[in-house]
Design a protein around this ligand. Structure first.
Ligand SMILES: [Ca+2]
Ligand SMILES: [Ca+2]
Ligand SMILES: [Ca+2]
Length: 212
């Protein structure tokens, strides 16, 4: 009897260890802006970036509640539709994940986001670019997401929805693993595009993460 109990205990412990390690792998948080800082992101173009109070922190809305105290706010004016963007260097093995998720706080100004993921292919842990910031030897994958009206919208985009933006430069395969000298998923950028040629964007972002 004692042996059976011991066995049960061992099995339970094993299950606990397995479920804990699974839980660790269920998502990778890129940023939820709860630090109140934007320092993880580099801005480019004519945009203004700041960490601001979540406008719906007390709302009875699951997405709004999960956005905590702060979100990232981006404002800017377009020239030829293009407003600007933000980027962050990740250098992570993203091969366990299947999708990118984030919460977008829109505005009546609309517009769209262009999310770009860079997987490093020539094994030197950096994204070499030409004068137009296009990667020369590494893959750049992109997807466009419309900015809806005020309030949070949670988007969850499978990596399979991203299309190759610079064919013929990297290996053309989504392989964000840190192996053979590659820094895996090396960079992420979010570019903002206005609804009008000389329009504006005003958008909040939160809970940027990778998940299954
Ligand atoms: Ca937040
Ligand atoms: Ca490279
Ligand atoms: Ca690749």
């Amino acid at each position: 009897m004692r042996k059976i109990r011991l066995w049960l205990l061992v099995v339970c412990c094993l299950l606990l260890v397995v479920s804990c390690s699974m839980a660790e792998l269920t998502f990778y948080l890129i940023d939820n802006f709860e630090s109140g800082s934007t320092s993880k992101w580099f801005p480019f173009g004519s945009i203004d970036v700041s960490a601001v109070a979540n406008p719906l922190a007390k709302a009875k809305d699951l997405v709004a509640e999960s956005c905590g105290s702060y979100m990232l706010k981006i404002k800017g004016s377009a020239s030829d539709w293009y407003v600007g963007g933000i980027g962050t260097d990740l250098m992570i093995d993203a091969s366990f994940y299947k999708r990118l998720q984030m919460d977008i706080y829109g505005s009546a100004l609309g517009g769209k986001l262009r999310i770009e993921l860079y997987d490093e292919d020539n094994g030197n842990n950096q994204i070499e670019t030409d004068k137009n910031w296009q990667p020369l030897y590494d893959d750049k994958w992109a997807v466009e997401i419309p900015i809806l009206g005020p309030g949070f919208t949670r988007i969850s985009v499978p990596f399979t929805a991203f299309t190759l933006d610079n064919p013929g430069k990297g290996d053309g395969i989504w392989n964000p693993a840190t192996k053979n000298g590659s820094s895996g998923l090396t960079r992420m950028q979010i570019v903002f595009v206005a609804k009008e040629k000389t329009g504006k964007v005003d958008v909040g972002l939160d809970n940027v993460l990778l998940t299954y």
